[in-house]
Design a protein around this ligand. Structure first.
Ligand code: A2R
Length: 324
């Protein structure tokens, strides 16, 4: 089985490459943007900007993958407020280019499109856990683009018989995530406080919202299982099925950290809109694939904190070396 992962240099890509190559025995091809770094022994790596429709077509023709995991996206909600046109372009036009190129192949590959739990948007707490049939009311620009891409996929599945499964991924977390996401941000700040790089204060946005967090290592297992056992044209929630308040994460990080810290609200981290609770109903995913999460949130937070400690230690060592 030859898999192509588009947008593999991001957070999820590195885990998906490893899982498909090492645990599933796939031959893995992976794309990155020309300016990105992706060094791996587990995949053949190609440059691709999905905004270039001809380049997408050429690459598919060259590689003839059996299946495509489409991860490439402008994936930050915060950035989508600041760069709406970029977000619309990459997430909608880019996805269209992928679907269109796949449709034109002699033997079209299977496609897994990665959307987001954010698509549900303005939901009442009593609507949770959210089923795939729950109406979408996207509350930010990122979420609108993901809902739109999903609609495009539905058209390609119905009109052209393309094998497409859409995922609505809820918050995924773990080591190596960028600190623009909440868990990585808190763990980085805690690790900086531990080694005296930061005054003992963690700056936060709104701590009240509840979100459904899953370890990225479990998420990529779900993606592989959906590629095998998902039903074309269907949408699947991928999450833990349990929402936790951001404040609970911070409490857990405090328990795991060797440092004590105060908490301060940073107005820069407050969002124009924030929903009180987002929680997935994952029974459809579980029914069709048998997937179940294996990492506890404590384990994920502990691994992420430990990863930041390692990054800061390596930074300190390289600075010391330069000074010698
Ligand atoms: O934005 P960058 O420079 O980090 O690059 C991202 C890349 N990307 C693109 N790839 C090809 N053509 C483009 N025009 C383009 N624009 C951005 O896609 C990044 O390397 C990758 C997406 O990775 P992350 O932003 O780290 O997202 P993550 O957490 O891996 O999530 C994967 C998927 C996304 O569709 C999310 O919206 C969804 O899961 O939750």
């Amino acid at each position: 089985m030859k898999a192509l992962i588009i947008g593999a240099a991001g957070f999820v890509g590195q885990y998906l490459i490893r899982h498909l190559a090492r645990d599933c025995g796939y031959t893995v091809c992976a794309t990155k943007l020309p300016q990105e770094e992706l060094s791996t022994e587990d995949a053949a790596v190609y440059d691709l900007d999905i905004l270039d429709a001809d380049a997408v077509l050429r690459l598919f023709d060259t590689l003839k993958p059996d299946c495509i995991f489409h991860l490439a996206a402008q994936s930050s909600v915060a950035l989508s407020w600041k760069k709406p046109d970029l977000t619309v372009n990459i997430n909608i036009n880019g996805t269209l280019h992928v679907l269109e190129a796949a449709r034109q192949m002699q033997t079209p590959p299977r496609i897994l499109l990665i959307g987001s739990g954010e698509e549900y948007g303005y939901v009442k707490p009593e609507d949770c856990p959210l089923q795939e049939e729950t109406p979408l009311h996207p509350a930010n620009i990122y979420a609108v683009t993901k809902a739109c891409a999903e609609n495009l996929a539905a058209v390609y599945a119905r009109a052209y018989g393309l094998w497409v499964v859409c995922v609505r991924a809820f918050n995924h977390v773990g080591p190596k995530q960028l600190p623009q996401f909440v868990v990585a941000d808190f763990c980085k700040q805690a690790a900086e406080i531990e080694c005296g790089l930061h005054e003992p204060v963690i700056r936060t946005g709104n701590l009240a919202p509840k979100r459904d967090f899953t370890d990225v290592r479990d998420i990529v297992r779900a993606y592989a299982m959906l590629m095998q056992n998902g039903r074309s044209g269907e949408i699947y929630n991928v999450g833990s099925g349990h929402a936790k308040a951001i404040s609970e994460l911070l409490d857990e990080i405090r328990r795991l950290s060797t440092a004590d810290f105060a908490i301060e609200t940073d107005p820069e981290k407050l969002r124009p809109t924030d929903l009180p609770v987002i929680e997935a109903d994952i029974s459809k995913l579980q029914r069709d694939t048998g997937w179940t999460p294996t990492y506890s949130l404590t384990q994920t937070l502990s691994d992420t904190l430990e990863d930041w400690r390692g990054i800061l230690k390596a930074d300190a060592e390289s600075t010391a070396k330069k000074e010698c």
